[in-house]
Design a protein around this ligand. Structure first.
Ligand SMILES: C[S@@+](CC[C@H](N)C(=O)[O-])C[C@H]1O[C@@H](n2cnc3c(N)ncnc32)[C@H](O)[C@@H]1O
Length: 337
């Protein structure tokens, strides 16, 4: 089966990478057929319901479809492929389309798909049994059947200003979820954020069923995180106040670490020099992470990504321009034996 991910294009590397991480977390094997800013097209033999379950945790994808075919924008090609790959779907049909291209033929393209797929079929635009998606991009046209639409409005609703505890240091929930996904954490595995602040990362990890552990040097942040996790009725959590250097006193090994390190100004280091704090952090994190598991760490200076660490292997770097004077880098490491 070919699966098409319609990507949000909000970031050049995150949408694809969070998908790869979620599939890897569940041991789903796949082949990448094609990818660009608009789409990711993969082949897999995995059961569709399992795929549906896994991809529902994504944050930077709009739709996931079972892809029937893709071809160039030429009308002749589309006609030929639509006939060749036609599937007689049981039940009612709705055709929906998205056009991100400057293609002037879009109405004609839709008409072709409509004629083929709705012939002798009941059309139901409000609650169809099958939703055929026609995605027209500058380069190609993709036609398939919707498997799932990602509920992205949930991330806006969970922004820190709508949560019980507010601080401007919190990441947008969509970014926090993408970082959790990059960590490859599975349901019921343990994820640690040792600089948890308002608990934004813990919240996103808790909502996908991970057991979460959060700590912070500031007591008020621990109370704030507790308020937030309780507000969202999460039960499987552990919170404590601790300096990063003392974290080993509180916990054993964890399956994933996702954290956003202080970057000065808005976030306190309690007066500690940033270089010293980062050095201490990179020493202690590998000591509490299980082998072959991932740490996703937000830093403000790229030099911390390219240093050589004894037990951490650099896997990928994702750059964010928060604003003019602040660029953040989210780095994925894997714990080495
Ligand atoms: C960038 S903020 C984390 C924001 C968080 N991701 C959120 O969503 O709210 C960094 C946090 O590190 C904490 N912190 C600073 N120095 C620390 C230390 N030595 N040990 C543990 N936490 C520390 C700060 O109190 C702050 O809450």
């Amino acid at each position: 089966m070919n699966i098409l991910f319609e990507l949000s294009k909000e970031h050049p590397t995150l949408p694809q990478n969070e998908i790869f991480a979620c599939l890897t977390a569940e041991d789903i094997s796949y082949i990448i057929n094609e990818t660009n800013n608009d789409i990711l097209n993969i082949s897999t033999n995995t059961d569709i319901d399992l795929v549906k379950n896994i991809v529902s945790r994504l944050s930077h994808t709009f739709y996931v479809d079972e892809l029937f075919f893709s071809c160039s924008n030429s009308i002749d090609e589309i006609k030929k492929n639509a006939k060749k790959y036609f599937i007689d779907l049981p039940g009612s049909i709705a055709i929906r389309y998205k056009n991100t291209s400057k293609n002037k033929n879009s109405q004609e393209i839709i008409k072709i798909i409509q004629e083929i797929y709705t012939r002798n079929k009941k059309v139901n635009l409000t609650d169809p049994d099958n939703e055929i998606r026609v995605f027209i991009t500058d380069l190609k046209v993709y036609v398939g059947k919707k498997i799932i639409v990602i509920d992205r409005s949930q991330y806006e609703k969970r922004k820190v200003q709508f949560r019980p505890y507010f601080s401007p240091i919190s990441l947008h929930p969509k970014i926090a979820r993408a970082l959790v996904n990059l960590s490859c954490v599975k349901k019921n595995e343990t994820l640690l954020d040792p600089f948890c602040g308002t608990g934004g990362i813990l919240l996103e990890a808790g909502l996908i069923g991970a057991k979460v552990i959060g700590s912070d040097i500031e007591e008020k942040m621990i109370y704030g995180s507790k308020e937030t996790l309780d507000f969202y009725k999460l039960k499987n959590y552990q919170l404590f106040c601790s300096d990063i250097g003392d974290i080993k006193k509180h916990i054993n090994y964890v399956d994933a670490i996702v954290t956003d390190l202080p970057y000065g100004k808005a976030t306190t280091t309690k007066g500690e020099d940033m270089n010293k704090l980062y050095t201490r952090t990179f020493e202690v994190l590998p000591e509490i992470l299980k082998e072959k598991k991932k740490a996703v760490i937000g830093i403000s200076d790229k030099k911390w990504a390219t240093k050589l660490y004894t037990h951490l292997k650099l896997m990928s770097i994702h750059e964010f321009r928060a604003h003019k004077s602040l660029t953040r880098y989210f780095i994925v490491f894997e714990k080495q034996p």
